[in-house]
Ligand binder design. Structure first.
Ligand code: SF4
Ligand code: SF4
Length: 398
């Protein structure tokens, strides 16, 4: 199995204490099915590499991991079950394995063919039709995250009425005929689309007011291949990232402004792993805001993004919020933050919904108003109108 030695060196440190299970959001969300929890993933990986000849049903255990890295924060042995899941997915993706998830295979095929997870790059750039940008070596790169949320929400609504086997058969069909996915452009949540586009416009407006000069590549905006990485397709991701990097260099891009934590994390941390001498400056938009926000007495709580606080990234979003509002955080914050369930939305919608429901209640116990700093978090936690994206919340304070 690919990564055998690396996996072995991690999982053999496990002392089976189970501390990681106390913070792993997928375990209660999957009704305490132990292989859908952090310790179960470690033990299953250990068993799998020692019993390679056996046909084990292991895929769901690793594909359902949210890669939130909450487990490593409490593990006395310093084990990150998220990293183990990533390595195991890479092994599954690399082999001719029956464990490959049809939805993951569908997403891979579509991303490689259309450079967009739903094959709709034109739709994803439409929000900026009326906006003028500068000619600049700095670009804003949305990673299509805000734009894709209305489509994933709609698809998941449809899935509730669809037999799982039919959905999987549909995914397999798209692997063979990827162009079918383009039909998805007709299926989106209208209210959420308008909301997400408004958030992107707010971000652009605030950056402009902060006197930041930047361009937007519109229909040529590349999707960064985040799904390829997250689903374990390392070879495909490496090739994709190199091509995208060369493309950006040919356009004389020197600096990229990201507007969501997933795109920021992949460009900042994963691209340099596969591109020698990676020299693009990656910044998060909150760090460029230079505005005098009005202070408000409003009490808020905040969903901090795992891909920022648990993946070792820094950003100014929380500092800004602490300066302008009365912020109260739940105990599960900072290094103890809890994932919104977003990464499981397409492959394991039930787990995703259980995680998001739990986190929503947890935040609501602290404050009526919830501010999110990631479009996935917004999409998963916006059970009511009192949930607001960071961009919308602070834009109202200018
Ligand atoms: S907390 Fe660490 S050592 Fe304990 S069971 Fe989990 S992975 Fe193993
Ligand atoms: S990364 Fe998150 S979801 Fe995955 S095992 Fe660790 S705590 Fe659980």
């Amino acid at each position: 199995m690919k990564n055998r030695i690396e996996i072995e060196s991690i999982v053999n440190k496990c002392i089976k204490c189970g501390f990681c299970e106390s913070v792993c959001p997928t375990l209660p969300a999957a009704d305490y099915n132990s292989i859908i929890g952090a310790r179960g993933r470690i033990l299953l990986a250990q068993f799998a590499i020692n019993n390679e000849s056996q046909q084990l049903k292991i895929g769901d255990s690793f594909y359902s991991c949210l890669d939130c890295y909450a487990c490593v924060q409490v593990c006395p042995a310093g084990i990150n079950a998220g990293i183990v899941s990533e390595l195991m997915k890479e092994g599954i993706a690399d082999e001719n394995s029956s464990e490959k998830n049809p939805v993951a295979e569908m997403i891979k095929s579509v991303v490689i063919k259309f450079k967009n997870p739903l094959g709709i790059p034109g739709e994803c750039s439409r929000w900026a039709e009326d906006i003028e940008f500068d000619t600049s070596e700095t670009i804003i790169l949305t990673g299509d995250m805000y734009q894709l949320m209305p489509y994933t929400r709609y698809i998941n609504k449809l899935r509730k009425y669809m037999d799982k086997n039919i959905f999987m058969a549909f995914a397999r069909l798209i692997v063979k005929k990827p162009y079918i996915i383009k039909l998805s452009r007709h299926f989106y949540d209208r209210k959420l689309k308008s909301k997400m586009e408004s958030s992107l416009k707010n971000i652009v407006s605030m950056l402009k007011k902060s006197d930041v000069k930047f361009n937007y590549l519109r229909e040529d905006e590349p999707y960064p291949g985040t799904f390829l990485y997250d689903l374990g397709y390392r070879n495909e991701f490496t090739e994709y990232a190199r091509e995208l990097y060369d493309n950006l260099k040919s356009k004389n891009v020197k600096r990229i402004i990201c507007v969501d934590p997933h795109t920021f994390d992949i460009l900042k941390n994963k691209y340099p792993e596969v591109i020698e001498n990676f020299d693009l400056d990656i910044v998060y938009y909150t760090d460029l805001l230079n505005l005098n926000f009005r202070k408000t007495k409003e009490k808020i709580t905040v969903q901090e993004p795992c891909h920022m606080v648990l993946h070792g990234n820094t950003y100014r979003g929380m500092d800004i919020l602490n300066n302008v509002a009365d912020v109260k955080l739940p105990p599960e914050s900072g290094k103890n933050t809890m994932c919104c369930g977003g990464p499981d939305e397409l492959l394991f919608p039930e787990i995703s919904e259980n995680v998001s429901g739990e986190r929503y209640r947890n935040l609501k116990n602290i404050s009526r108003k919830i501010v999110t700093i990631c479009p996935l978090c917004y999409n998963n936690l916006s059970y009511d109108e009192d949930v607001q994206d960071f961009s919308d919340f602070v834009k109202n304070l200018i």
